[in-house]
Design a protein around this ligand. Structure first.
Ligand code: NAP
Ligand code: MG
Length: 474
């Protein structure tokens, strides 16, 4: 049993004042493998007070100094990349060989970009009669989910460090392990006490303490729309800045006449990655009626070729879902899809063969889905793909935008003009054209109920600042 006995507050490892612990369960084996402190709202108080005390000095450090700390943290994370990948794989089920890239090396790259952007905090804009400068916003509270445990943390702590903000992090109860490593590295590189604080435990217990604390200036949340709304309401009383990265139901438009085989192969693999537990999952695939049956066959073949099983095996493409609770919820959606009259092309609610334990769900493809079905409207958060038929490009765009979300989207088309014509019409924070890699520099965030604010790169950093105009009289 891996045991973390303390949380990290004011540069010290201290016990949570509840004296209690929560247990982590490996979703591949259903066995408990680690325990961490279950913090209490009083720990939030102590942590916020430490962040508040640290803020004045930290906010006055030079950008070069902050970049130095960020680079040192990147080096520390790189040294422990294998350990981080293994911890993340055990706590949420992603195959360990994928975890190293997307869950660890990717975020390290994103963090180093923030280091390189720190100097922009010192840029001033001289205009006619006034000067514009930027200040760090202050003390930040972070609440993050379980599907990308380190990635989501660095999307917030990275810009906070670069801007000169201090923070208190509460990661998902299910996936706190990488955060302990992160805190150990902060300590090791000599990050000043109180600049980064970690409290682990339940959102339902500590959420309010974080989002209503009078000494917190900004709350950044990633997770479900329901909790995101609750946090924004709680934070409104103090007029805190609230950034929300919430759910999605993202469309993928295969343009009429596009190479269906390539497009569908890409989107099936992309949407089944991380067992489909991605807020940016391209879960609604829109295909022209003339190419629809071809698309269905390609989707079946590709989905059936994906290996599901042990996340420590290098040949595995899909591990288990992150918990048995998540599995139950996805299975219910698959049953609902069948009941709604969608055509089950492959997959289904039964356990994959040979996997009697663990939170496994078969990669599942539905055809003949209409955009009014629950499986097309609600976020499933699992390896489930919906194929929707359209008659012409205008209808494809209309169906793509007919959703309450707007986080990601995708287009596959053979020429730049068609790609951009469709991309410009989609109501979403990102459009992926012909299967690009994730960018840790490009702005990321949601339209509509997918959220407010942007993460990563220069746009992500701006969220952590206040803009000040100094009007110059005589
Ligand atoms: P969730 O239930 O909303 O949990 C997210 C975080 O909020 C966790 O740390 C959770 O803590 C905490 N929390 C729960 N109840 C709270 C409360 N009353 N007050 C304050 N915090 C509270 O979401 P999830 O089920 O873990 O994650 C899946 C959802 O996140 C999906 O909807 C997905 O789309 C979304 N997501 C969005 C993005 C994005 O970038 N837009 C990225 C990843 C995930 P506990 O773990 O202790 O419950
Ligand atoms: Mg939850």
């Amino acid at each position: 049993m891996l045991e973390y006995n303390n949380i990290f507050i004011d540069g010290q490892w201290v016990p949570a004042c509840s004296g209690e612990f929560s247990t982590l369960v490996n979703p591949a084996t259903e066995e408990a493998f680690a325990r961490v402190p279950a913090s209490h709202p009083q720990d939030v108080d102590t942590a916020v007070a430490a962040a508040r005390r640290a803020f004045p000095a930290w906010s006055r450090t030079s950008a070069a100094e902050r970049k130095g700390y960020i680079d040192a943290i990147c080096a520390g994370l790189t040294e422990r990349a294998d350990e981080l990948a293994s911890l993340i794989s055990q706590e949420m089920g992603i195959p360990v060989h994928f975890a190293k890239g997307i869950q660890v090396n990717g975020p390290i790259q994103g963090l180093s970009i923030f280091g390189n952007l720190a100097h922009t905090m010192e840029e001033e804009r001289q205009e006619e009669g006034y000067l514009v400068v930027r200040d760090p916003i202050g003390v930040c509270a972070f609440i993050t989910p379980w599907n990308f445990p380190l990635f989501q943390v660095i999307a917030k702590v990275g810009p906070a460090l670069a801007a000169g903000c201090t923070s208190v992090l509460k990661p998902s109860e299910q996936t706190p392990l990488a955060c302990f490593v992160f805190a150990e590295i902060c300590e090791q590189v000599g990050l000043p006490a109180g600049v980064f604080n970690l409290v682990t435990g339940k959102g339902s217990v500590m959420g309010d303490a974080l989002s209503t604390h009078p000494e917190v200036d900004m709350v950044s949340f990633t997770g479900s729309t329901e909790v995101g709304v609750q946090i924004a309401k709680a934070a409104a009383g103090d007029v805190k800045r609230v950034c929300q990265e919430l759910g999605g139901k993202s469309p993928f438009v295969v343009a009429p006449g596009a190479n269906v085989a390539k497009a569908i192969k890409y989107v099936v693999k992309d949407s089944m990655f991380n067992s489909g537990q991605m807020c940016v999952q391209l879960s609604r695939v829109l295909v022209h009626e003339d190419q629809y049956e071809e698309a269905v066959e390609v989707a079946r073949t590709v989905a059936e070729s994906l290996r599901i099983g042990d996340p420590t095996d290098r040949g595995t493409f899909l591990g288990p879902l992150s918990s048995m609770r998540a599995r139950d919820s996805v299975v219910r959606y698959i049953e609902k899809g069948v009941a709604e009259g969608a055509r089950l092309v492959t997959g289904g609610p039964e356990r994959p063969e040979g996997l009697e334990r663990g939170a496994y769900v078969k990669p599942t493809v539905f055809a003949d889905v209409t955009n009014d079905m629950a499986i097309a409207r609600e976020e499933i958060f699992g390896p489930v793909l919906c194929l929707i038929k359209y008659r012409d490009e205008d209808e494809a765009v209309r169906i793509a935008n007919d959703t309450e979300f707007g986080l990601s989207s995708g287009v596959w088309a053979e020429d730049r003009e068609t790609q951009l014509r469709i991309a410009r019409q989609l109501h979403a924070g990102q459009v992926k054209v012909n299967g690009p890699a994730f960018s840790f520099a490009a702005p990321f965030g949601g339209y509509k109920k997918s959220g407010n604010g942007r993460e990563w790169g220069a746009s992500g950093l701006v969220e952590y600042t206040e803009e000040k105009a100094i009007l110059l009289g005589g």
